[in-house]
Structures are given as structure tokens and as C-alpha cells.
Design a protein. Structure first.
Length: 384
């Protein structure tokens, strides 16, 4: 089985959850011994990620325009990679790279799956360009896929809006690697980022509108006097809202309790999850938050909005799901931080739930079952 994964970016700083999903899935397929190649653009590509797949398994095209991630490409190279693959997996949606690979897929009549990971909805900036992209080729890419992969059942409706029948949609959630979050050192984390020993609520993600950091900050300001020993930490790169958030912090007089520490990854991210009292995910729209899995695998309780596609943590008594509003987050914070909250039980429940259902060892098997079914390789155990 030769698999070609296509992801415009695999740098987690610029690509976020989609980049992490693409990287981890490719790494675990290779770990299982499958011939997996990854085609991407070289934006933010580190040597660590570049060396994860061995010689020739990762092809990173030079980026000509960072605004729209337009790559310097060769149709010959792209065609060769498509021809050599048994199946192609397109990640994301609004990318020139997907369009280029799709043209080669159609030319050589290759089976392919597409996983937009919640990006089908036109939201945020560049709405005009997104509509043009869909008109020219975007909707065609989605409609002609062998199978469309949703990361949550709720995402199925987005595919239906694009003209895809529900029976052509397969739900395969995001995953997490437990080994990546085993490092725990509260003291080192606090010392590196000049933090006190006070407990804190943690936000991990880009500081932009869709992630909702402004909602979380407003909610924290409202409840700050009720929980004087709790701080708020924003960990993530600026997505256009940092100045606005800083101004609001200064206006509230909470400069000593609200901290912006920038992007964290690797061991620092693991230490942050272990050190946090709770993780808050105030997103206005998200197919399925990867950070909830990262926090959950270490047992950190989570508050998230009902726009994150992960409402089941509430039914599993593994976290708090609230409306994507300031009032909703206020209620969630009050419940999670109050003295009578059973955070220990929530911590145990979310860790067990995530480990059982969302480790990459489990998720990759679902991909392989799908791939072997589409390529009709039923003689392989994954194809049965």
C-alpha cells in the first residue's frame, strides 16, 4: 500500500491542528511499515519534522507567496508522486497545493479521499477568494472524492452543503500521541516563562477571532475577583488579536494575572498541560479540537464550547461543554474552578476516554481499513 498525503503546511505554528493531524498521521503510517509519502510546502518546516519520514518520503515545495501558500511546483513531480501512489489523501481545503494534486489525480484516475478538518465553512478573512476557489475547483474536489472524511459527525452537514451524499462521508476523528505529552516539570515551565506558583487556566491556540480568546478573556475578567488565586495564560502565536487583548488586560487592571507567552510546542507544551488547572477552548467554530485531546491525554480537565465538535466529553463526565459566548464561559469557569468541583474525577475520566478512543494507534487503523477498502485490497487484514 503506497499512500500519498498532501498537506499545504505541516508546521504547527502556522498550520495549527490541521498541520499536526497531517504530520502525526503520516508518521504513524510510516511507523507501521506502510510506504507513506507527504507532499507539503516548506513554510516553517523544521529539521525534526523533515527527518521524521526518511529520505525521499517528505517533499517540501518552496513557497512563493506566504499569504496564500502558493508553491513553486513542477507538474512532472506532482504527477509522478500521484502515479506512484495507490491512494491520495488531501488535507485541508483552501489550498493551491490540493488543487494542483487534484488535477493530477483526475488525469491519472487515482482514488483519493479528502479531509478538510472543519475548513469547508467560509469563515474569517479572504471570503471573496474562498468563494472564487470553490467556484473554480474547490467544490469539484470535494464532490469527486472517493470518500469525504469528517472529523466529527456534525461535520457531515458541511459536506452535504457541498452536494455530497451522507453515505459518501466517513467519520474518522483527530488523534493524539501519548508519548508526546509524557514530560512533566511544573517548576521548569514556570521558571522559563516567569510565572508565579499560582494555579492557572490555560488557552492554547492562535490568537484570532475563530479561536475566541477575546471571549475567554472577557469571561475571566468577570470572574477574576471570585477566584483571586487563579491566573490566565494564553499560549499561542498572534493571529491579529494580541494588541486588542493586551489593551483589554491593561484596562481591567489584571496585568499581573493574565500572561501572553507566545507559541509553545514539544516539551514546553507537555509541561504546560501538566501544570494547568484546566484548559479552556473558547472557539467560535472548530470541527474537532486537537488541543482537547492533548490536554485530555495527560488528565487536564477541559472547558470547551459547543462549537468544537466534541460535546461527548460532557456525557462522559470528562469536561464541561458551554455555549460559545462570554456568559457560557463564565458559567463553565465557575463550575470548573469552584471548591465543590470534582476535578479529580473529571481528570481521570478524560484521560481514560481519550486514551481508549483517540490515540493515533487506534485512529490510523480506521484510515487503513478505509484505504484498503477503496483500493479493493481485501486480502489484507485491514481490508476485511
Amino acid at each position: 500500500m503506497k499512500i500519498l498525503n498532501v498537506s499545504s503546511v505541516i508546521d504547527p505554528v502556522t498550520g495549527g491542528g490541521e498541520a499536526e493531524r497531517s504530520f502525526q498521521m503520516s508518521k504513524f503510517l510510516s511507523k507501521l511499515g506502510f510506504d507513506c509519502s507527504l507532499l507539503t510546502i516548506d513554510v516553517g518546516l523544521t529539521s525534526d519534522r523533515k527527518n521524521s519520514f526518511g529520505d525521499g518520503k517528505l517533499v517540501a515545495l518552496k513557497c512563493l507567496c506566504r499569504r496564500f501558500y502558493i508553491p513553486k511546483f513542477s507538474f512532472k513531480l506532482i504527477s509522478e508522486m500521484v502515479v506512484n501512489a495507490d491512494i491520495v489523501h488531501l488535507m485541508g481545503h483552501w489550498t493551491f497545493l490540493n488543487a494542483l494534486v487534484y488535477i493530477a489525480i483526475r488525469k491519472h484516475n487515482k482514488p483519493y479521499v479528502v479531509c478538510p478538518a472543519g475548513s469547508l465553512t467560509i469563515f474569517g478573512r479572504s471570503k471573496f477568494f474562498k468563494r472564487v476557489y470553490n467556484f473554480i475547483i474547490g467544490k469539484e474536489i470535494i464532490r469527486n472524492a472517493s470518500v469525504c472524511i469528517a472529523v466529527t459527525p456534525l461535520e457531515t452537514s458541511s459536506f452535504i452543503d457541498y452536494g455530497v451524499s451522507a453515505d459518501k462521508v466517513c467519520v474518522i476523528p483527530n488523534g493524539v500521541s501519548p508519548d508526546d505529552f509524557s514530560i512533566k516539570d511544573d517548576e521548569q515551565f514556570r521558571a522559563k516563562y516567569s510565572l508565579s506558583n499560582r494555579e492557572f487556566v490555560l488557552f492554547v491556540g492562535r490568537l484570532n477571532l475563530i479561536k475566541g480568546p477575546d471571549l475567554l478573556l472577557k469571561a475571566f475578567i468577570k470572574i477574576a475577583n471570585d477566584f483571586p488565586n487563579i491566573d490566565l495564560i494564553f499560549a499561542g502565536p498572534d493571529g491579529g488579536m494580541l494588541d486588542q487583548l493586551n489593551e483589554e488586560v491593561v484596562h481591567s487592571g489584571l496585568e499581573s494575572r493574565v500572561h501572553f507567552i507566545g507559541y509553545i510546542g514539544g516539551a514546553d507544551k507537555s509541561r504546560a498541560y501538566h501544570a494547568a488547572k484546566i484548559l479552556a477552548i473558547p472557539s467560535r467554530h472548530e470541527a474537532m479540537s486537537i488541543v482537547v485531546l492533548e490536554a485530555g491525554i495527560v488528565g487536564t480537565p477541559v472547558i470547551l464550547t459547543d462549537q468544537c465538535g466534541f460535546n461527548q466529553i460532557s456525557t462522559e463526565a470528562a469536561g464541561w461543554v458551554v455555549p460559545a459566548s462570554v456568559d457560557g464561559l463564565i458559567n463553565g469557569l465557575n463550575n470548573a474552578l469552584s471548591a465543590h468541583s470534582d476535578n479529580k474525577s473529571v481528570s481521570t475520566n478524560i484521560k481514560k476516554y481519550v486514551a481508549k478512543n483517540f490515540s493515533w494507534d487506534v485512529i490510523v487503523e480506521e484510515y487503513l481499513k478505509l484505504y484498503f477498502k477503496l483500493t479493493k485490497a481485501v486480502n489484507h487484514p485491514y481490508g476485511k
